[in-house]
Design a protein around this ligand. Structure first.
Ligand SMILES: NC(=O)c1ccc[n+]([C@@H]2O[C@H](COP(=O)([O-])OP(=O)(O)OC[C@H]3O[C@@H](n4cnc5c(N)ncnc54)[C@H](O)[C@@H]3O)[C@@H](O)[C@H]2O)c1
Length: 240
């Protein structure tokens, strides 16, 4: 039996980068996966490649109504949802806090932070039907230590860390586990911070799959006593 047999997992931002890598691994390990993204063309292509155990749904994670559509379509295709990976995220314009405008700040909050709240809230009804579930919220090392010149990103990733712990406390009674994952520098389309790359003890950028295997563990029944915790995959960056 594969590690995710019987699991139905929604992954946001799955058209590229780490989300795509998670989707590919999860299907390989026996899950049925709903990939969501604003990039319809790329998302559709990945889902088609993955075959009958994958479905793509167009989704702006900052949009409340889109969330209900995603959950309804996922249930219709594969049944009640057992896992949610809140992965979609952006880096806003880099620069000193003195220069950041409200519009840019609020856009990052909507995509990286509001989405995690709304995703957890919307998936609950479906997850409760399965007698338990696992939610993985993607934070960052920027949700554990400060990141100069990116205050909006930092705000959202610390918020994800906090929301994860609060949700874990509230949802434990439903046997729904909630954990956060904190990647360091991973090779995707996202802007990387040069100072983080040079300060990474392992001395390299990681491949997305090096994060996927941790999330696979958290989404599977291998981690049934794990909730409210922070999982760091950063090549030692925050060890100092
Ligand atoms: N790459 C890194 O080094 C790194 C480090 C720490 C944390 N992270 C976090 O990991 C997650 C994935 O990042 P990545 O590096 O794979 O980025 P990426 O840019 O390669 O992929 C992000 C995906 O999210 C999608 N997306 C963007 N806005 C969206 C929206 N409003 N609704 C739905 N989908 C949307 C994009 O189309 C894209 O497919 C993000 O939350 C990011 O903050 C990345």
């Amino acid at each position: 039996m594969s590690r995710l047999t019987g699991k139905v997992v929604v992954i946001t931002g799955a058209a590229s980068g780490m989300g795509e890598a998670h989707a590919r691994l999860f299907v390989k390990e026996g899950a049925q996966v709903v990939l969501t993204d604003i990039n319809e063309e790329k998302g559709q292509k990945v889902a088609e490649e993955l075959g009958e155990n994958a479905l793509f749904v167009k989704h702006d994670v900052a949009n409340k109504d889109d969330w209900q559509i995603v959950i309804d379509q996922a249930e219709k295709a594969f049944g009640p949802i057992t896992g949610l990976v809140n992965n979609a995220g952006i880096v806003g314009p880099l620069g000193p806090l003195e220069e950041l405008n409200d519009e840019d700040f609020n856009r990052v909050i909507a995509i990286n932070q509001y989405s995690v709240f709304k995703g957890m809230q919307t998936v609950l009804k479906s997850m409760k039907k399965t007698n338990g579930g696992s939610i993985v919220n993607i934070s960052s090392t920027s949700g554990l230590v400060g990141t100069a010149n990116d205050i909006s990103y930092s705000a959202t990733k610390f918020a994800v860390t906090g929301m994860t712990k609060t949700a874990a406390l509230e949802l434990a009674k439903y046997n729904i586990r909630v954990n956060s994952v904190h990647p360091g520098v991973i090779s995707t389309n996202i802007k990387l911070f040069d100072e983080v790359i040079t300060a990474t003890p392992l001395g390299r950028i990681a491949e997305p799959e090096e994060v996927s295997y941790l999330i696979l563990h958290l989404i599977s029944d291998e981690s049934t006593f794990t909730t409210g915790s922070e999982f760091v995959v950063d090549g030692g960056f925050t060890a100092k």
